[in-house]
Write a protein of this length. Structure first.
Ligand code: ATP
Length: 327
């Protein structure tokens, strides 16, 4: 039986749709197990600034469908320095918070590892980022919603591109990872995709556009913002000398990609991971990251780089019963 009485939860790094569903699951599962759950505002920034409050059932009522994060999120350069981490940990200790659930990306987990290494605070990392760029999981919370938002936008642009016989370069998020771009291209039937993981050849791209456009003169080219040849605007400029007679346009989708109500997939993923994170802490686990491979949740030890356990039994009726508990 665990001695655990008080845990903290935070969202950190870029926001992603489904973070609220995850916070809700952590709070419900925690309270259900007799644990007090504290929400830390704006990630590590709020931990340093002592902005920490207890979360009740009421706080997480009616948030499963909301995008963004009710706790807020931030990036904190200060937290990378030990002196500021000591201040943050003093704030946790004041409230007797013994363990943390961290919803974010790689950077967030790196921050969490310093808390385990230096202060022996158990942490469980839950992958929450639209980029789907975290090792050890096939899906991150927010990616599915983002992909659907982007595909819907591209479909709309295609209508006007084909009506006006234009070539559109559409820039999507992904500084270091082309996941959003690649799967958007597949799902929207784009003519080309440029991602950071592959080499972009401008003359070859121009040739492809020319060949695809025989007679139609409309194309959709998806560009990940981190492509080594530049974003959509730069690529369009570089291609222009090869396609002087073509009507080239550029569209940068921007922050619309982060917002919106999470998809059913992201809500379920977030809920499964949130509940499991509480259970792992309850079992006395430290420094774990939860992932989903296929339909199974997997648990990686992020300090040792090992995979501890695969869970097949956490979906369905048991999970639902726990979450139906009303305060
Ligand atoms: P996203 O994928 O959306 O960018 P992320 O979690 O990778 O999410 P980061 O900005 O890289 O986002 O990290 C979030 C925060 O984690 C940082 O602002 C910083 O406070 C903390 N952090 C990152 N790396 C470290 C580190 N090496 N040591 C301590 N803290 C860190």
């Amino acid at each position: 039986m665990s001695e655990l009485k008080r845990i903290g939860v935070l969202t950190s790094g870029g926001d992603s749709p489904g973070m609220n569903a995850c916070i809700r699951a952590v709070v419900k599962a925690g309270i259900g197990k007799g644990i007090q759950v504290f929400g830390i505002e704006d990630g590590y920034k709020g931990m340093i600034e002592d902005r920490i409050r207890e979360l009740t059932y009421t706080d997480v009522n009616n948030i499963i469908h909301l995008g963004g994060t009710i706790l807020g999120t931030a990036r904190s350069e200060e937290f990378k320095l030990k002196e500021w981490r000591e201040k943050a940990v003093a704030n946790l200790r004041k409230l007797q918070i013994e363990a943390l659930i961290l919803i974010g990306g790689d950077g967030t987990f790196a921050g969490g590892m310093t808390l385990t290494n230096e202060f022996d605070i158990p942490i469980i990392g839950i992958p929450g980022t639209i980029d789907n760029d975290i090792h050890g999981t096939e899906f991150t919370i927010g990616y599915d919603t983002c992909l659907n938002t982007v595909v819907e936008a591209v479909d709309k642009i295609r209508d006007t591109a084909s009506s006006h016989h234009r070539v559109f370069f559409i820039e999507v998020m992904g500084r270091a990872s082309g996941y959003i771009a690649l799967n958007t291209a597949i799902a929207s039937g784009a003519e080309s995709v440029l991602i950071p993981e592959t080499v972009t050849d401008i003359p070859l791209l121009a040739d492809q556009i020319r060949n695809q456009n025989k007679g139609i003169r409309s194309s959709i080219i998806i560009v990940a913002e981190g492509d080594e040849e530049g974003g959509a605007k730069e690529i369009m400029k570089k291609v222009k000398p090869y396609l002087e007679t073509y009507d080239l346009k550029c569209s940068i989708l921007g922050h619309i990609q982060r917002g919106g109500s999470p998809s059913a997939f992201d809500r379920i993923l977030a809920t499964r991971m949130g509940v499991k994170a509480v259970e792992l802490l309850f079992e006395g686990k430290k420094s774990m990251m939860i992932g989903q491979i296929g339909r199974d949740l997997v648990f990686h030890n992020i300090l040792e780089g090992t995979t501890d356990h695969v869970s097949k039994d956490d979906s369905g009726i048991g999970l639902l019963k726990l979450l139906l508990t009303k305060g």
